[in-house]
Design a protein around this ligand. Structure first.
Ligand SMILES: [Zn+2]
Ligand SMILES: [Zn+2]
Length: 228
């Protein structure tokens, strides 16, 4: 699989460009704050045609530039329906105390929805850029967080958004977040994944399911829940 990445914006969210090795197409996973120029650089570097923008969830640091990039390229933004309202109302995902920050950054607290929005359904398969994508609903960080499992037959990668990081998990104290749902996601969704599966998180470096099972304190807790 062909993957390029760039970390964008003040919260250094990862934006990934992904496609099959033998495809001339690509998708972008998480086009967040200040991502537009980085994205155009990645697209130029890859020489590939953009066919879709995929959102791991609806927080501003992962979708802020999704509308601009998707509309400029005439492609859809894929997002889970539970997080779709955050595309046009980012404050709903951050809390009213962050409204002044959103206003300062964008001159308004409301944002345009992309022209084309497609909604993920749990367990759905989608073929994009020569890669087979499987959507796994993984609430807890936000109600519409998903894990995106991508495979080209030879290799597989999991784009984990803000659900799972190397050594940690996403926060659950923002609106719509739930520690109880997060623990259920870790126990019932993350733990059954193959140990050798590569994980590309929404922030920070790559890891594997096996490494997180061995070292991540939250996954260790989920493992303990499972065995008790
Ligand atoms: Zn987030
Ligand atoms: Zn984030």
């Amino acid at each position: 699989m062909f993957t390029l990445s760039s970390s964008c914006g003040p919260w250094e969210a990862n934006c990934y460009l992904v496609g099959a090795a033998d495809s001339d197409e690509c998708v972008l996973v998480d086009v967040g704050m200040d991502a537009s120029s980085a994205v155009e650089k990645l697209l130029a570097e890859s020489g590939r045609k953009l066919v879709a923008v995929l959102a791991s969830h609806g927080h501003l640091d992962h979708v802020a530039d999704a509308q601009a990039v998707a509309d400029a390229h005439g492609v859809p933004v894929w997002i889970h329906p539970a997080d779709r309202p955050l595309l046009s109302d980012p404050v709903a995902g951050l809390g009213p105390q962050l409204a002044p920050l959103v206003e300062a950054l964008y001159g308004s607290t409301s944002r345009l929805e992309p022209v084309q929005v497609c909604e993920w359904t749990d367990g759905a398969h989608q073929d994009l850029a020569g890669v087979s994508w499987t959507v796994i609903h993984a609430p807890g960080h936000t109600p519409g967080s998903v894990l995106l499992h991508a495979t080209d037959g030879a290799t597989a990668q999991l784009f984990s958004g803000d659900v799972l990081f190397a050594g940690s998990i996403g926060r659950t104290d923002l609106p719509g977040g739930s520690m109880e749902e997060m623990m259920a996601t870790l126990r019932d969704v993350v733990l059954p994944l193959p140990y050798d599966l590569a994980v590309l998180p929404g922030h920070g470096g790559a890891t594997t399911i096996g490494r997180e099972c061995a070292t991540n304190p939250y996954i260790r807790l989920a493992l303990k829940e499972l065995s008790s």
